[in-house]
Design a binder for this molecule. Structure first.
Ligand code: CA
Length: 245
């Protein structure tokens, strides 16, 4: 999944990028308040990590303006200002959580998972369809036959995007935006390779291609009348240059 870090401390940015990458997060970094606001406005982030003391524009201003224009992206405030007043002010402005520096990476990751989960409206740590449940805590897919399929970081981000709104068709650009950060080198068929690999393991009907539009997860049980069983036709291995559909 993609997160945005708005933080002027380069050391913190570098170590967070490394630490989060190990857990499958792709982190974009904005070093001041204004570029942070621009990135948030056109990004598709699962979560924002926001420092308050920033050059150009304070983190509190960024947060207030984002909420004022209706941006509901979960925000975890990271700041040395751990006084009660600052904490309350941050939460009042619409932050979802607050973590004073210095913090442990594990705690940050747990809080990120929690705000993303709450955003999905899930009281329990699973989202999805009756056939396909994604466990946000363990990052496994629960399949109808009882199998639990562990997912790679990218596979998890893809399934999270699709299962957040079951049945909705997501275009290639929307999915790529959810999967890859600014610095990621992405080959033109990376998404096809990812989807191909998942279909092989989950069944060809688990992720449907809607020709010319994008992909969606099936909301019908396999074999249900009306559920096309032709997914195999789309499960041909992706080849280089193929798949800009
Ligand atoms: Ca700062």
């Amino acid at each position: 999944m993609r997160a945005l870090l708005v933080e002027d401390d380069e050391m913190i940015a570098a170590s967070l990028r490394q630490g989060l990458a190990r857990e499958g997060w792709s982190l974009d970094w904005a070093a001041d308040g204004l570029s942070g606001e621009r990135a948030l406005a056109d990004g598709a982030y699962a979560c924002v990590l926001l420092d308050l003391g920033l050059p150009g524009q304070e983190g509190t201003t960024l947060l207030r303006r984002a909420r004022a224009r209706g941006d509901r992206t979960p925000v975890v405030v990271l700041t040395a200002r751990d006084g009660l007043d600052d904490r309350v002010a941050g939460l009042d402005l619409g932050a979802d959580d607050y973590l004073p520096k210095p913090f442990a990476l594990r705690e940050l990751l747990a809080r990120m998972r929690a705000v993303v989960r709450r955003q999905g409206g899930a009281a329990q740590p699973c989202i999805g369809t009756p056939q396909l449940q994604l466990d946000l805590a363990t990052r496994e897919l629960h399949l109808p036959d009882g199998r639990r399929e562990p997912l790679s970081a990218r596979e998890f981000a893809l399934m999270h995007a699709l299962l957040e709104r079951p049945g909705a068709v997501l275009a290639r650009a929307q999915l790529e935006q959810r999967l890859y950060g600014w610095d990621d080198e992405v080959s033109s068929n990376a998404l096809d390779v990812l989807i191909y690999g998942l279909r092989r393991r989950l069944g060809a009907d688990a992720i449907r291609n809607v020709r010319g539009l994008g992909w969606r997860v099936s909301t019908q049980a396999p074999g249900t009348p009306g559920a096309p069983a032709n997914g195999l036709a789309h499960a041909a291995p992706p080849t280089s240059g193929h798949g800009r559909d």
